[in-house]
Design a protein around this ligand. Structure first.
Ligand SMILES: NC(=O)c1ccc[n+]([C@@H]2O[C@H](COP(=O)([O-])OP(=O)(O)OC[C@H]3O[C@@H](n4cnc5c(N)ncnc54)[C@H](OP(=O)(O)O)[C@@H]3O)[C@@H](O)[C@H]2O)c1
Length: 235
């Protein structure tokens, strides 16, 4: 399979890439800004499974104007078709709403919503039929969930990503393209630790990565256009 994972230099994306790499002979494109970490990931993955090919692409997903010209051109050097896209890169700035700067707001909307929009659109011509696009959202952006102070714009952007998923599934139903959204619960990553020091996460990063990989590979025939809360708490 040919797989693209954004935000793979740490946290959930890093572990997800490792799990895809451990199984089969996948070609995996991993995207983030931190080149040394992406290279570390490549070394780890190819050491574990020599059949895996992992291609790091250093790209700033806030650079929304160059997706088609720079990012897709780079991707096409390694693969010509795509089976799975994991839109995982995200940005959380935990601040009271009235203290957010314009830059905080723009960056969170860009990374959590505009970037997946532009990436999916740019990758359309390369997508196989079937292909599974998995958007990583948050329980904070899931309708009716318990909300957290300081996350208004982050959660709103993640809710937008969930809505995008539903709309694209409808617009492209019966084409072989499948879109789903995982609204994940708290997972023990640097993002969570930096934003909420001392908070006890529900899931380990590796557990969440296992879930995402299994979902991306095996569940596209059971779900389309769904926003799935990956959480053990209610509401
Ligand atoms: N952890 C949780 O509890 C939790 C809960 C709900 C939802 N989520 C969502 O799950 C996803 C992964 O979260 P995580 O906790 O693993 O986050 P993380 O540890 O902060 O990792 C975020 C990843 O996104 C990449 N990224 C950030 N800005 C970027 C940019 N401008 N261009 C390219 N890549 C960029 C980072 O790489 P570089 O810095 O190298 O660019 C990093 O690889 C996010 O979408 C997050 O919102 C997480």
């Amino acid at each position: 399979m040919n797989i693209i994972i954004t935000g793979a230099s740490r946290g959930i994306g890093y572990e997800t890439a490792k799990r895809f790499a451990a199984i089969g002979d996948n070609n995996i494109i991993v995207i983030a800004r931190n080149e040394p970490k992406l290279n570390e990931l490549k070394n780890e993955c190819t050491h574990e499974n020599t059949k895996t090919q992992l291609f790091p692409i250093v790209f700033d997903l806030e650079n929304s104007n160059s997706y088609k010209d720079d990012l897709v051109v780079e991707i096409k050097k390694y693969i010509s078709t795509i089976d799975i896209v994991i839109n995982n890169a995200g940005l959380l700035i935990n601040k009271p709403f009235d203290k957010l700067t314009d830059s905080d707001i723009d960056r969170m909307i860009q990374l959590n919503l505009t970037s997946p929009v532009k990436l999916i659109k740019s990758l359309f011509p390369l997508m196989n039929r079937p292909a599974h696009i998995v958007n990583i959202s948050s329980m904070g952006g899931f309708q009716g969930s318990q909300k957290f102070q300081g996350l208004a714009v982050y959660s709103a952007a993640k809710a937008g990503l969930a809505s995008l998923t539903e709309c694209l599934a409808e617009e492209y139903k019966n084409t072989g393209l499948v879109f789903n959204c995982l609204a994940i619960g708290s997972t023990d990553t640097e993002m969570l630790r930096e934003a909420f020091p001392g908070y006890q996460a529900t899931f380990k990063t590796a557990e969440m990565a296992d879930f995402i990989v299994d979902f991306a590979i095996n569940k596209s025939k059971f779900f389309n256009g769904k926003i799935i809360p990956v959480s053990i708490s209610n509401p």
